[in-house]
Design a protein around this ligand. Structure first.
Ligand code: F3S
Length: 386
């Protein structure tokens, strides 16, 4: 590939991977089982990204391992009805077409593990999308670095990634011990915990003790927030995540998190007063989260707009189960494909967004010029539904 015997695209992409491997001291390339490609929204990649992707697709670039795709900047079917700008939509659809021509699956979600891209324990993968990277490494025990959009695409096209960082046993050891005494009841509490810890450990590997009960949705919220406020790509939780039992925590720098730290985090992240819109589903909502919302909204009427973002595949199941209808009856919407942060909500007139996600609360002020209301789901519905 590097010698150009398999064409210009493979040579260019392989060269990128070699350069990356050289920088990080990789000893060789390793095959990857799957790839998750980020950098999909027109809002994030703009015209240069669109031109690059169309050029690649036009020159015949094709992925050689199963490759799934992050959210674009709009619902790919209902964008008109939801008020997405026409010119934005035109460019976004061209981006999607370029990815499709390369053989990338149009999953359009940041939770690929909920829609069929489910790596096994110990499998080497090359994923971008920091929340999915965190989930794959920590909860599933697969192995990936935090790839950027281009390096993930190169891995998909070449089928390999350089062997360094989190692909190696010795780089998966924790370097912080987080002792949790806070009471964590709601998914938003795990987002607050993740936001707080990510700020302190930055790109470190925290080992949590004291978390007794946590479900899969809460794990995805925790990892997403830590990857956003810091750059955490792997965490361990005693008795919960699969690699936790492999490591000692003696001598690690300790951080204590009690109720006070969680309350302070809620205060820090709340910058808005009255929400123009509530956006849930960051990371993309699971079927269980949509079911919970549908049940909580039964017989209620929302006083502000509400979107719950998810993948198209999960929305189909939610619709089949009647959850979409229940949410719509209350005045909300199940929005597929896109996400809070990569959609152009600031251009659509929204100024204050309410969320239950630590990751969204972290990014919305900078990426979408939003004031933020960050609350537990029950508190949000108490405030905005009657
Ligand atoms: Fe997913 Fe967007 Fe949140 S990509 S993790 S919904 S910021």
């Amino acid at each position: 590939m590097l010698a150009g015997e398999q064409g210009e695209i493979l040579e260019r992409m392989f060269r990128l991977l070699v350069r990356l491997g050289d920088i990080y001291g990789a000893d060789r390339m390793i095959p990857v089982g799957s790839v998750q490609v980020a950098g999909v929204s027109y809002k994030s990649i703009g015209d240069p990204g669109l031109e690059f992707l169309e050029d690649m697709a036009g020159k015949g670039a094709k992925v050689r391992v199963p490759t799934t795709l992050n959210p674009p900047g709009m619902d790919l079917e209902d964008w008109r009805e939801l008020g997405f700008p026409e010119d934005f939509a035109g460019k976004q659809l061209r981006i999607m077409e370029a990815f499709k021509r390369m053989g990338i699956m149009m999953t359009a979600t940041c939770t690929p593990y909920l829609v069929g891209n489910l790596p096994r324990f110990g499998e080497h993968i090359a994923w971008s999308e920091s929340s999915a990277v965190s989930f794959a490494n920590s909860v599933l025990g697969a192995r990936t670095n935090r790839e950027g959009g281009p390096s993930a695409l190169a891995a998909a096209i070449c089928g390999v990634t350089p062997n360094y960082g989190l692909h190696l046993d010795e780089k998966r050891k924790p370097n912080f011990l987080v002792k949790v005494s806070a009471e964590l009841n709601d998914t938003a509490d795990f987002g607050a915990l993740g936001y707080h810890v990510g700020k302190i450990v930055k790109d470190g590997i925290p080992y949590f003790k004291g978390i007794k009960h946590v479900d899969t949705d809460q794990l995805k919220a925790l990892g997403a927030a830590m990857a956003a406020s810091g750059a955490v790509a792997l965490y361990h939780i005693e008795g919960i995540t699969p690699e936790a039992r492999l490591f000692e925590t003696m001598g690690l720098e300790a951080i204590e998190v009690g109720d006070k730290e969680i309350q302070e985090t809620y205060k820090t992240l709340n910058t808005g007063k009255s929400a123009d819109i509530i956006i849930l589903g960051c990371p993309h909502a699971s079927l269980k989260e949509i079911e919970t919302l549908a049940h909580k909204l039964k017989g209620k009427r929302l006083r502000t707009q509400l979107w719950i973002c998810t993948s198209r595949a999960i929305k189909e199941s939610a619709t089949r189960m009647g959850f979409t209808e229940s949410i719509e009856k209350a005045g909300g919407k199940v929005v597929a494909d896109t996400c809070t942060v990569v959609s152009p909500i600031e251009q659509m007139g929204y100024k204050t967004t309410a969320v239950n996600s630590g990751k969204a609360a972290n990014y919305l002020p900078g990426f979408c010029k939003q004031q933020v209301i960050f609350m537990r789901l029950d508190d949000l519905l108490g405030e905005y539904a009657t």
